[in-house]
Design a protein around this ligand. Sequence first.
Ligand SMILES: [Zn+2]
Length: 241
Amino acid sequence: MRTGGSSKEPFGSFNMGLHVGDDPQAVISNRQTLCDELGFSFARFSCAEQIHGNKVMRITAAEAGAGRETFEESIAKTDGIYTDEKGILLTSFYADCVPLYFIDPASLAIGLAHAGWRGTVGRISEEMIRAFARDFGSKPEEILTAIGPSIGGCCYEVDDFVIDQVKQSSNRWQTCVTKTGQGKYMLDLKLLNQLIMEEAGIRPEHILRTDWCTSCRPDLFFSYRKEAGKTGRMASYIGWA
Ligand SMILES: [Zn+2]
């Protein structure tokens, strides 16, 4: 949600992104407010650079707190972060891209992945599931996931360049695409992520997928497309207190 913070427009008001031109002190204050509400230490507020890639990285106490006050100190060139340690608040930032959440109840591994169209077709969700299996012995059929608010199939128009890569990302890509004109398509990125998760071994009943569209509801969400790039970022977060 974009409400409840101290940033001024066009970042009004709960902007969590340090890289969008907002007053850094307002962003830090907003991040501290979130930590206070969650009962986490701001010193353990941890974030990654997010470059629309598919790399995921494990966060330990040594990396905890990365990027909380300056963007340059974020975990470099990474779009997914995960941990099994207590007291680390994993965060990532959004204005239309898809936030993905992961938890393995057996090992207590948790993770967040940032999936715009590039991360989605790069199957970053599968990268996270593989990392859980490798590092924690997680079984994909036991992992629970959630797919949060993003731009919806109602508002996300893309071109042939994007669709050519969507076609290679999942056998069921056609379910997510509606052709609307010559070289124009509407793409449901949330659904595409769900299909890729299922292909990676997640049980359908273990995937929670919201219908909220960030572009349809600028009163609730920041939307890069709706607001022509001048907007803030919402945070997704997950952590063991
Ligand atoms: Zn919409």
